[in-house]
Design a protein around this ligand. Structure first.
Ligand code: GAP
Length: 594
């Protein structure tokens, strides 16, 4: 929800348009339900897109779940209403909506303001102020140009509502973030972690937001994929392995710089940014340090990448601090991920609303003798006095004794039950203060949350890989995708439509598949067109089988590299091993001997 776009210096306005067209033509992504006119904010990933997205998700899983030793879960996408009452999404997950009086189109009021004034963070303004800005600047409907001054700006909750089972007595919501599926299961997940902090739980899955104005293809949609890590720590004891990332170089745009008129991005290292306090939380810094090389490895251009700190009014209701990973797209910065310090907000809220235990027992090094205030109420008094609420009164007295023992200093003690206050004689509470020896205490863990949007990352990877050049006097478009994420690694072609060549090419394709490579076989159109097709898809290598391949012993095949279009003749039986080594990064095409 907190996407924040800033104008960046360089701009090639048309790359996105060309990319969206290529994406549709070559099977990356396209608007869903086209046969019925399409529906705003929903996209289908075609065969190439699904494979690229899958590769990105696998790479994320390898780094943030497997390499970090975290657990992965897969929770339902529909959750009952009390979950979102507790999380704050029912009350606080709103965007500002303004409706055009002429054409009836709905718009995000903060976007209308940001797009047409100098305000950079209209999301943080109160609604009446946004209404005033719209009137003062005489802002108009982006769809039809009618004036919006005087139109009411409303709060619009972004969650998709549904009913669980027949009737409407049991409302549910499509989760707006995968995170809640992790938080609500904390009482069980901590058991799997053997009740020991720190531990992390990841989830890759769909999230749903009924965006007022979905836009820019898969950058802002109503159904998208998140890859989230909730990392639970003891804030007093646990420290990240900062040494492992301290030398990672980063471009940071802290809130303090954004607030200055001539504020600038800072180039520094993770270690230095922690030392000088630019990044307050070492845990957030650690995950920024893990994320930066990972983004580099999946193909984000590091010259068009930065971490930007949220301004105070921009932070989500749960976040104590937050940095976004941003990429530059056609002159705008888009948010690809958020790294938030969520403190104990979520676990405390779920404990309060559910009554379950969202704590971890923290063992002391040595048992401690402490003074504890306790109550042992006289139920023969509370029963008749409070009936069915007597147990709730006991709970209130216990809480009060733990929180404020001076409340028991007088003859009576005052408690509140469902908004009403009650006086209870102290002698009936069994209040006492005694020394106890304790082995440990129950603490509510704090949470650090790296939250990645997969769709925006896929878009960035494609956009940053988009290239145009000229080959043999002809214009060519290609995607310079990293072999680790490219949906197809190698295309195999027979030079001509000939049964023998086709059989040999199919055999080679089968051998390469057996070696674990993703292969496409193509025998349609002339060879030049087949190369162009694979260039546009971003396939790093093509193998062409010709008459020499089948007629001569060790005739070999032509292997063509996508970016340079260089060709080499390689032995057929060495192909699987050679291409696998290139895919794994152990060998470079340039170093191959013919
Ligand atoms: N659990 C924290 C959370 O959900 P967020 O900043 O609202 O934080 C995390 O979302 C990421 O999800 C964003 O950085 C973005 O990449 C992605 N995202 C959010 N809304 C989106 C939308 N409408 N369409 C596509 N991706 C979206």
């Amino acid at each position: 929800m907190s996407e924040h776009e800033h104008a960046a210096a360089s701009a090639d306005e048309s790359t996105s348009e060309k990319l969206v067209e290529l994406a549709k033509r070559r099977g990356y992504f396209f608007q869903s339900s086209g046969a019925y006119g399409g529906v705003g904010g929903f996209y289908t990933f075609g065969p190439q897109g699904a494979a690229l997205k899958g590769n990105v998700e696998d790479a994320w899983r390898d780094r943030f779940a497997v390499a970090e030793g975290n657990m992965e879960i897969d929770a339902p996408t529909i959750m009952p209403e009390p979950v979102f009452e507790a999380s704050g999404h029912l009350d606080g997950f709103d965007d500002m909506l303004v409706e055009c009086p002429d054409c009836g189109e709905s718009h995000r009021a903060d976007h209308v303001v940001e797009d047409n004034t100098d305000y950079e963070d209209a999301e943080s303004l109160p609604i009446p102020e946004v209404e005033e800005v719209i009137a003062e600047y005489e802002l108009v409907c982006p769809a039809c140009g009618a004036g919006l001054a005087g139109q009411a700006v409303d709060s619009f909750n972004l969650m998709f509502a549904t009913n669980i089972g027949p009737g409407d007595s049991d409302p549910g919501y499509m989760r707006p973030e995968t995170a809640q599926g992790i938080f609500v299961e904390f009482p069980r997940l901590k058991e799997y972690a053997r009740n020991q902090l720190p531990f992390g739980v990841t989830q890759i899955g769909r999230a749903y937001r009924n965006e007022i104005s979905p836009r820019r293809s898969i950058i802002r949609t109503r159904e998208f994929t998140q890859a989230e890590l909730e990392y639970f720590i003891d804030p007093e004891e646990d420290e990240p392995d900062l040494e492992s990332v301290e030398d990672v170089e980063v471009t940071l745009y802290p809130a303090s710089e954004q607030n200055e008129e001539d504020g600038e991005e800072i180039r520094t290292t993770i270690g230095a940014a922690v030392d000088d306090g630019t990044i307050a939380s070492p845990w957030v810094a650690y995950f920024l340090g893990v994320a930066k090389p990972w983004y580099d490895a999946v193909g984000v251009d590091m010259d068009r990448f930065r971490f930007r700190q949220h301004l105070s009014g921009e932070r989500a209701h749960y976040a104590a601090d937050c940095w976004d990973a941003e990429s530059e797209i056609d002159g705008n910065w888009i948010e690809m991920a958020g790294f938030a310090y969520r403190s104990d907000y979520d676990l405390s809220k779920h404990a309060e609303h559910s009554g379950d235990r969202f704590t971890i027992f923290k063992q002391y090094d040595e048992p401690k003798t402490v003074e504890r205030a306790t109550v042992d109420p006289d139920m023969s008094y509370l029963g008749p006095e409070f009936g069915g609420d007597a147990q709730a009164v006991v709970g209130e007295l216990e809480d009060l004794a733990a929180r404020d023992r001076s409340a028991f200093d007088g003859d009576t003690v005052e408690i509140e039950l469902e908004g009403e206050s009650h006086e209870i004689p102290v002698e009936k509470t069994g209040f006492a203060v005694a020394e106890q020896t304790e082995a440990g205490e129950h603490i509510v863990p704090h949470v650090i949350e790296p939250s990645f949007g997969v769709d925006r990352l896929v878009y960035t990877v494609l956009h940053h890989a988009y290239r145009e050049d000229e080959v043999a006097g002809e214009e060519r478009t290609y995607l310079e995708l990293d072999p680790e994420v490219a949906p197809t690694f190698v295309g195999v072609f027979p030079l001509q439509n000939d049964d023998e060549l086709e059989d040999a090419a199919r055999d080679i394709a089968a051998d390469l598949r057996e070696a674990g490579l993703s292969v496409t076989y193509d025998d349609s159109g002339n060879i030049g067109r087949r190369y162009r097709r694979q260039d546009e898809v971003g396939t790093p290598f093509c193998v062409t089988v010709d008459y020499e391949s089948i007629e001569q012993d060790e005739g070999g095949v032509t292997v063509r590299e996508r970016d340079s279009t260089d060709q080499k003749r390689l032995a057929i039986d060495e192909l699987p091993e050679t291409l696998s080594a290139i895919r794994a990064g152990d060998l470079a095409f340039d170093d191959l001997e013919e």
